[in-house]
Every structure is written in C-alpha cells, then in structure tokens.
Ligand binder design. Structure first.
Ligand code: BEZ
Length: 251
C-alpha cells in the first residue's frame, strides 16, 4: 500500500476529526510521554503535544511522515513498522486512531505496545471493528466475482476484530482491559458525488493495481451502483464504519 499523503490531507480530514473524541479519553497530562502509533500526517500527535505531553508519532509510510514533519516541524515523527518497533525510553501511554485494522499480525503489534509501555501505562485505541465497511466490502467482492479476471481483494488485508477477539489478545499479552466498545459510526465522505470514489482510491487502492483505467472506471461505476441505495443520501456518500474502541492498562 502506497499512501497518497495529499489526498489524505485534502479529502479525508474526518479520520483525525473523529479521533479528537479519543483524545478526551487519552487525556494527556503535562509531562506524559505518549506514542501516537500510525500517526499519518500528524494532526493528533500535534494535538497531544499541545496538551502538554511529549508526543512522538510513528507511521510506516515515508510519505505520511514527510507530510507530518512539514505540518508540525516541532513535533517528533519517525518512520517505523507497527509490528516491529522499539524505543529506548518507555511511554506513559500508546494512542492509536484509525490504524490498527491495517497492521497484521495483531499479536505482534500488541507485543510491541506492551514492550514500550511503562508498568501502569495505558493503551487507548480506536479502529475498524467486526462488521466495519461491510456494505463496501460486499460490493467490492460481488463486483470482482462478476469479473473472473479480477481476483485480488484488498478487503482481505484488513483486520476488523470483535471485542472478544481483541480483548483476548490483549489479555494474553498481560493487559488489563478496562473498557471495550463496538459501535456504528456512519461517516459522511468528502466530495459529494465523488465521495465513494475518493474513499476507494485512497483506502482500497490495492484492488485497482494491474487494472487498466477503462476497467477501473467500469468497476468503480458498478461498485457505486450497488452502494448507492444503501450508502448515498442527500447528495452525500457515507462509509458504513463500525469502530472498536479499547482502553487497556499494562499491569
Ligand atoms: C476505517 O477507518 O475503518 C477504514 C479505512 C480504510 C479502509 C478500511 C477501513
């Protein structure tokens, strides 16, 4: 997956705007050391820093980190793999918004988080939970099924766990799970008529690799046609997001 940092900045600001709410749960205190795992272009890392904490943002996309550094030159950002990162100094909290559905295996991510937290440190995260973007995934899958020559499905690469599944992984690692929620968050997409296309181009780009531009246009139209009755209202496209939100502690 190659991230287009400017498409993300310009058309998908809802990603970090919804994360603001998660910051209230994080409630950074002056002097806290907080890791923002999968920081993207850095907006929430900067918010954490502005609340008085020492914030460090990591992301595995060089394009996202370059944009984050440009956006916030005074905040520390580093390129790092979410399944294999270490820090010499530990953290009071690890925060992650709208990212963990991209990183597999989850056990490796959880293990890295555990290792970088201080005893008593908190892990606060929100990402796609079981049933996330189900209508979109089904429309992609059925469209691909109708086209024998297409068989790569980006949706296979996402990880959308249930509460039971994810809480079990955390407990296996040693975390105490203090709060876990799974809830619907239908999310309006920027761009009016172009909203679903923009979303697919940004987040499901893998399904279009190796497809000619004519074929891609045909596929996009079919997916839109299937989704329109379900996810298009009053000139706006919606993504059928379902979030899992986790608050856990290293005990
Ligand atoms: C999400 O934020 O839930 C999401 C974003 C892109 C692809 C899949 C899920």
């Amino acid at each position: 997956m190659t991230w287009n940092a400017s498409l993300y900045e310009n058309k998908h600001s809802f990603v970090w705007q919804y994360g603001e709410n998660l910051l209230e749960i994080l409630s950074p205190q002056k002097g806290d050391r907080i890791l923002d795992l999968g920081c993207g272009t850095g907006h929430l890392t900067d918010r954490i820093a502005k609340m008085g904490a020492t914030a460090i943002g990591i992301d595995n996309s060089p394009a996202m980190i370059a944009q984050a550094k440009q956006n916030y030159p005074d905040v520390q950002f580093e390129i790092a793999d979410g399944t294999n990162f270490t820090f010499s100094e530990s953290f009071d909290a690890v925060f992650s918004n709208a990212v963990l559905h991209w990183i597999k295996p989850p056990e490796a991510v959880i293990n890295c988080i555990w290792k970088v937290l201080k005893p008593g440190g908190r892990f606060i995260a929100e990402f796609g939970g079981k049933g996330n973007v189900r209508e979109i995934v089904d429309a992609i899958a059925s469209t691909f099924k109708e086209n024998d020559e297409l068989n790569q499905l980006a949706a296979n690469s996402w990880y959308f766990p249930s509460i039971g599944e994810y809480a079990s992984l955390l407990e296996k690692q040693g975390f105490e799970v203090n709060n876990a929620m799974l809830f619907d968050r239908p999310t309006p997409l920027d761009g009016e008529e172009e909203g679903m296309r923009n979303w697919l181009e940004m987040f499901a780009q893998g399904i279009f690799s190796d497809i000619s531009s004519d074929k891609k246009e045909e596929i996009l139209c079919k997916i839109e046609e299937k989704l329109r009755p379900k996810l298009h209202q009053n000139n706006t496209w919606f993504a059928d997001y379902r979030r899992i939100r986790i608050v856990a502690k290293k005990v």
